[in-house]
Ligand binder design. Structure first.
Ligand code: GDG
Length: 736
């Protein structure tokens, strides 16, 4: 039976060695907390690091550790201290984490960190392959494993792979500063589906893909030469029922079962029934805006001194990544700030901040959520922020006010919270004031709406939505009309070729025999191609026709020495072997003078674009422009041209990053049909990559073998992935 393989940097459990024995505890953190229920309830295995380095696990306990992991359907991957230093504390947390959260000043680029990141990603991918069976679904998580999707794809080309990024994806302007940006994007594009928390992250990712790799992006799909990759947003939810139930249990708890923390919280409340508790919970991380929060709280106490002794900030900061220098500095800064403010405002019976630097058991977390009147969460950047959702879900009587930074992914779905800019202390202190003053009915009204949404879109729904979308990408792949030329299909084509007496091959040039380049004049045929086409053309009973949109001069010069027939400018001109060019169609070019200035106006306004002038057509190329601007201008120009050409018998052909204006009724399909009228044929083969070749595929007789280059919607029967495969296929004819 097929299963799901979840893979993340850390397993949802933490293994430690105590008194010569391995001890398993659940791990804390957004991802582990969120996915635990999906893993527990479904048929899945989870691959990740146990938290112990190979040096830390005594030889005799190695088996025990992996057995304990297996009991929880987990596969522990082991790494050395050095690997963890370079991969985790290094590239993941000193390069990607700060960059993706817009802390460019903290970003370090160390080559050995990057090299270790690559090799550790490869180890993760290999661990997946070891446990993978055909039909399994693979779900890769988070920024530590950005290269894994493609590393799996290389070994299992047909696998169904999803990737979810739990942190923000930065804007192109920030992302482009990364030295290994192409590798990172290509690594991710190994997936069939890439998910983000918000539409903004999705948009930033797509923009980087189209600008850096220059792949075509249509809405939320990236067209790779051989596959489509879907990109979408799936805002992660929480295990709502778990928090709701925990809050109910909390209030039903008898006095003697209460935790010490709860007793202290209750004691505080009894002593000052009017006083308010403000809660904040995060990992101690510079992205979470903890220092800002403390300063804003100080500002609040100064601006609203009437609340001195009547309010308290309960701050839980969970130790995190303490090996990274920035985190050590942050810890010092927070300790200093808390000390200073407590020193400044405290009285004998009151301290403004209760500060816990530790991780707490789940029940204590609920004690805090249930007892605090306000949650103050002020991240400077945060992919989602689950604490905000958990606080609201734990408010059994629906009172409580959430103050939330608008820089969190959660803010986009939690409009009923008081949204603040974490850099604006004035606004934060006013929001605290507003929260204190907010009537209970209003609190309930807001939380009711929030709870309803959180309950509906919980973590289970999130995971199922993602999985459903991932399955859909697989179905789409299978329903693509054209069939990939497999070895068997290739054999059958070659056998038909062998049996036939009059073979005609129609070969498109750009994007088919050669790859696209920035300037069309640079795409000259290379030596290998010339040899290949010459040998083909010299075979018996064969006519090779190069059929292209290029002008006749260029084609004529490039192929002068080879015995092929040429069809140029989409069918305007034809050249029989070594003879004179003749006009294939009765076309005019007197319209060019009047239309050129309008296209020139677009060239001036669109840097990187240019006009190619052919004998009977004008082409506007925009491959080198900014991709978004290019598409926008192409739409605009296409509209302008429609009006201009209406009375000239012209049409606009939309090719691959080019708009071409030429006489209507001239196309490769018509030209090929004309050619076949004068030529006997019992084997017709046509291959091409863009829209102009679709005319060819549509007009050729049904018995023709038509092949598209790249996986796009097509009228061809078959497809191959790239120009390399085209050449391999043509080599096959030579050997037949
Ligand atoms: C990353 C992204 C994104 C915290 N302290 C304790 C504890 N926790 C639990 C909370 C919550 C989780 O850890 C923290 O999740 P966040 O979402 O707030 O933040 P990150 O760890 O930075 O997570 C984040 C998330 O991934 C999911 O995609 O939202 O933006 O940065 O569930 O309850 N749990 C216990 N004791 C603690 O002391 N038991």
């Amino acid at each position: 039976m097929s299963k799901t393989i979840i893979i993340s940097n850390r397993l949802p459990l933490q293994i430690s060695i105590k008194k010569g024995k391995s001890v398993v505890t659940p791990s804390v953190g957004g991802l582990a907390t969120g996915l635990k229920s999906f893993h527990r309830d479904g048929d899945s295995i989870w691959i990740g690091w146990s938290g112990l380095t190979t040096e830390e696990i005594p030889e005799k306990l190695l088996n025990e550790v992996s057995e304990k992991a297996k009991e929880a359907a987990c596969i522990a991957v082991n790494f050395t201290e050095k690997e963890i230093e370079g991969f985790y504390y290094g590239f993941s947390n000193r390069s990607i984490w700060p960059l993706f959260h817009y802390f460019m000043e903290f970003t370090e680029w160390e080559t050995w960190h990057w090299e270790t990141y690559k090799s550790v990603n490869q180890k993760y991918a290999d661990a997946v392959i070891e446990h993978y069976n055909d039909g399994d679904t693979i779900w890769v998580h988070d920024y530590q494993l950005l290269l894994v999707p493609n590393m799996i794809r290389e070994q299992r080309p047909n696998a169904n792979i999803g990737f979810f990024n739990h942190i923000p994806f930065p804007s192109y302007e920030v992302f482009r500063t990364m030295p290994w940006r192409e590798e990172i994007l290509n690594g991710l594009l190994g997936a069939d589906l890439i998910g983000f928390h918000t539409y903004d992250y999705e948009r930033h990712f797509l923009s980087s893909v189209s600008r850096i790799l220059r792949y075509q992006v249509n809405f939320n799909e990236v067209s790779l030469p051989d596959r489509m990759v879907k990109v979408d947003s799936f805002p992660m939810g929480i295990d709502y029922k778990k928090f709701e139930q925990a809050a109910i249990d909390h209030f039903e708890n008898s006095l003697e079962n209460q935790s010490d923390l709860q007793r202290r919280l209750d004691h505080h409340r009894k002593g000052a029934p009017e006083a308010k508790l403000i809660l904040s919970i995060d990992r101690l991380d510079y992205t979470k805006g903890i220092a800002h929060r403390i300063r804003a709280f100080e500002y609040f106490l100064e601006k609203y001194p009437q609340y001195i002794e009547k309010i308290r900030l309960v701050m839980l900061a969970v130790p995190s990544r303490s090996e990274v220098p920035q985190y050590q500095l942050l810890k010092k800064e927070i300790d200093g700030l808390v000390g200073r403010i407590n020193g400044k405002f405290a009285s004998v019976s009151w301290t403004p901040i209760w500060y816990f630097y530790r991780s707490m058991p789940f029940t204590n977390l609920i004690d805090l959520y249930a007892s605090c009147d306000i949650a103050l969460l002020t991240p400077i950047r945060d992919g989602m922020n689950l604490v905000a959702k958990e606080y609201v879900a734990s408010r059994k009587d629906q009172t409580g006010v959430l103050i939330l930074s608008e820089m969190t992914g959660a803010a986009q779905e939690m409009n009923e919270a008081l949204l603040i800019n974490p850099n604006n202390f004035e606004q934060i202190s006013d929001a605290i004031h507003q929260a204190i003053q907010m009537p209970e009915e209003e609190q309930i009204k807001r939380n009711k709406i929030l709870q309803k949404r959180l309950k509906r879109y919980d973590v289970e729904k999130w995971a199922n939505d993602f999985m459903r979308a991932l399955c859909k990408t697989q179905e789409n792949r299978q329903s693509n009309k054209a069939t990939l030329i497999s070895d068997d299909i290739k054999e059958s084509i070659l056998s038909d070729f062998k049996k036939s007496k009059n073979r005609v091959l129609f070969l498109d040039y750009d994007g088919t025999l050669v790859d696209f380049v920035d300037k069309p004049e640079d795409a000259k045929p290379d030596g290998e191609l010339i040899t290949l086409i010459t040998q083909l053309a010299n075979m018996k009973n064969i006519t090779v026709v190069l059929i292209s949109g290029r002008d006749k001069e260029t084609l004529g010069t490039w192929w002068k020495e080879v015995d092929v027939e040429l069809i140029a400018e989409h069918g305007v001109w034809a050249l029989k072997s070594n003879k004179e060019w003749r006009l294939n169609e009765n076309v005019k070019n007197d319209w060019m003078e009047s239309i050129r200035p309008d296209i020139e106006a677009f060239v001036d306004r669109t840097p990187g674009s240019f006009i190619e002038e052919k004998n009977y057509s004008l082409a506007w190329h925009y491959r080198k422009t900014d991709p978004d601007l290019g598409e926008k201008r192409a739409n605009e120009l296409s509209n302008v041209l429609k009006d201009l050409i209406s009375n000239h018998g012209l049409s606009v052909l939309e090719g691959n990053k080019v708009l071409e204006i030429k006489s209507s009724g001239v196309n490769k399909g018509k030209a090929a049909t004309k050619f076949l009228l004068r030529k006997e044929s019992d084997f017709i083969f046509a291959i091409g990559d863009d829209w102009t070749d679709e005319y060819l595929f549509m007009e050729l007789p049904e018995s023709a073998i038509t092949v598209k280059v790249g996986l796009k919607n097509t009228n061809a029967n078959y497809y191959v992935n790239n120009t390399k495969k085209v050449r391999e296929l043509l080599q096959g004819f030579l050997r037949s």
